[in-house]
Design a protein around this ligand. Structure first.
Ligand SMILES: [Zn+2]
Length: 278
């Protein structure tokens, strides 16, 4: 299995220095611990659903994980919810411990606070937070387009609210946190490089919309349909190649037919032998 790369952003190092300068090192350790539990829960759930975690990146406002494949709609809820859920569970465990051994409060109060903070902050339905993904997974079950519009509207509203809060704070006690949040949510509105490239591509080579690149994959016969589905890529036309008794090619169109008539946990071998028998 592929190892997960760990990246640490400059903003995270700055945050660490800030904590150190204010002699709050223990506080920082508590924050990191809560954050690690949060991200490990995402990673654990993603792995359980059959994804490979490529990178985990630590930033000022938390950490994020990058998976090798695009998350399927059905898996999004569980993977996004796992992070805040573990922090909530830790909060419950902490309070239970305090109830039995009240002396423990002093040692675990900060850890509890960070877990509560991470859980509640991440449940906000604003991209790129987990709450947005949870909301998206619920709405997109019914309508994908509505999910996108709702997500974009919430993001813009959140930016406006935080900018207003910052401007208001300029007249009283200046609060830089508001503008940091506004920028954080705004960065999510900047189109990713790939999308940008696609736009230029379509502008200059209009004919190309009738042509798709081919995603040509060699699959083992014991591969499940769900694993194959995860390998399909947007903007690509996928062709699977499998060697059973003879070489077999399955085009994306044929594959779509197969997945509508079979269970996603069926293996390719099961389907192909079934086809031969009938
Ligand atoms: Zn998360």
């Amino acid at each position: 299995m592929q190892k997960t790369k760990v990246k640490v952003g400059i903003s995270f190092i700055l945050l660490a220095i800030l904590f150190l300068l204010s002699r709050q090192f223990l506080l920082f350790i508590n924050y990191i611990l809560a954050l690690i539990f949060h991200e490990m829960a995402h990673i654990y759930m993603a792995k359980a659903k059959g994804y490979n975690t490529n990178t985990i990146k630590f930033d000022m406002l938390g950490a994020s994980i990058k998976l090798d494949n695009r998350i399927q709609k059905d898996d999004l809820f569980a993977i996004a919810f796992a992070g805040p859920a573990i922090n909530f569970i830790i909060c419950i465990i902490c309070t239970s411990i305090w109830w039995i051994v009240p002396e423990m409060y002093v040692f675990t109060a900060d850890f509890f606070k960070f877990n509560l903070l991470l859980a509640s902050f991440n449940m906000l339905p604003i991209e790129p937070l987990d709450g947005a993904k949870i909301l998206e997974s619920i709405i997109s079950k019914h309508n994908k387009k509505t999910a996108k519009i709702v997500s974009l509207t919430i993001n813009i509203l959140a930016i406006i609210v935080f900018v207003i809060l910052f401007v208001v704070s300029c007249f009283g006690t200046l609060n830089l946190t508001y503008i940091v949040f506004a920028i954080f949510f705004a960065t999510n509105l900047i189109p990713k490089r790939r999308v940008n490239f696609d736009v230029y591509y379509k502008l200059f080579f209009k004919k190309s919309k009738n042509i798709e690149k081919i995603n040509f994959l060699h699959v083992q016969p014991n591969c499940t349909l769900i694993d194959m589905l995860k390998q399909t890529r947007e903007g690509y036309y996928t062709i699977f190649y499998c060697e059973l008794n003879e070489p077999i090619y399955i085009t994306e169109k044929e594959f779509q037919k197969i997945i509508t008539n079979h269970s996603l946990t069926d293996t390719l071998q099961q389907i192909l032998t079934e086809k031969h028998n009938t």
